[in-house]
Design a protein around this ligand. Sequence first.
Ligand code: AHG
Ligand code: MN
Ligand code: MN
Length: 338
Amino acid sequence: MSPHELDVDQFALTRRDNLTTLQSHILAGQAKHPDATGTFSWILSAISLSAKVISAKIRRARIDDVLGGIGNTNVQGEKQQKLDVIANETLMRCLGNREGVAIVASEENEEPLIIQRQSTRDGRYVVLFDPLDGSSNLDTCGGVGTIFSILRHDSLADTVEESVLQKGTRQLAAGYVLYGSSTVLVLTAGAGVSMFVLDPLIGAFLRVADDLKIPKSGKTYSTNEGNRRSFDPGYQRYLDWAQENGYSSRYAGAMVGDVHRLLLQGGVFLYPPTKKSPEGKLRLMYEANPMSMIVEQAGGKACAGKQRILEIQPKALHQRTSVVLGSPDEVAHVLEHL
Ligand code: AHG
Ligand code: MN
Ligand code: MN
């Protein structure tokens, strides 16, 4: 063989080595539904674009002087960071005024935003999101995320609320983006969980795992133990038991970071009701539900006390819930103590 001839066998890519972008993953998913119009795929592409824009802004935050609060509180009474607002606007710009999206609802807006007022009845999807999760980590360069949930718009619903307030079991897709040491997007459309990493050099999310499964067990619990004294006795008994049994504690202060760790390494995440947040702190529709769908699709469990989170009938967009989710064996250990 001359030095200029390539040994194709040597360079042959195995199936496992094939590069798959998020875009081609989405198109392959669409191809499995011959009646698909592409609208759903388009929404996922818009979310992917938002994730790239938000990621770029976060990476430059201190240079561009967009850290810190804006001096406002959002509808939940929480201090808004500059980047909360920027991330929210980015998602609104990417998803707004596009065919197929009827309603967009965000943690940062009091009311759901109706897109294309005249054709709300034609829009087929409702998109809900937490634009920036764990935003109080920003000033110290800690991990933050974006969480999203996609529902089918009920065009027969009498009110916007009625269309939005659907149980988590009705989600068509859910996912999160973690802006950590790399930017990772985890997605489920109801047939397993896939993980993508943003390659900043080429500006594309590349698939790194398909049909991701959560470890069945993992001796790590993740909770804000500063609240321990105001947890119900059952949660305190669980923490005693875990500590007696050699568990480690890890807490990122951003649900996205904590869930990502337990998805890969196993463990359990708990945010029980506290004195300050008697219903729990996390929001059902755009934090607990999408994370629960991902965890369940990966083989884990997600409960609010003893109830399955995905079966809670929401009564309000910004409703809160308690959360216990993670490896099936670890969630079972928590429930045994409640
Ligand atoms: P957000 O920044 O969107 O308001 O969410 C923060 C949430 C969640 O990500 C995290 O798990 C939790 O709040 C942390 O709360 P504590 O500081 O009370 O532990
Ligand atoms: Mn959040
Ligand atoms: Mn947020």
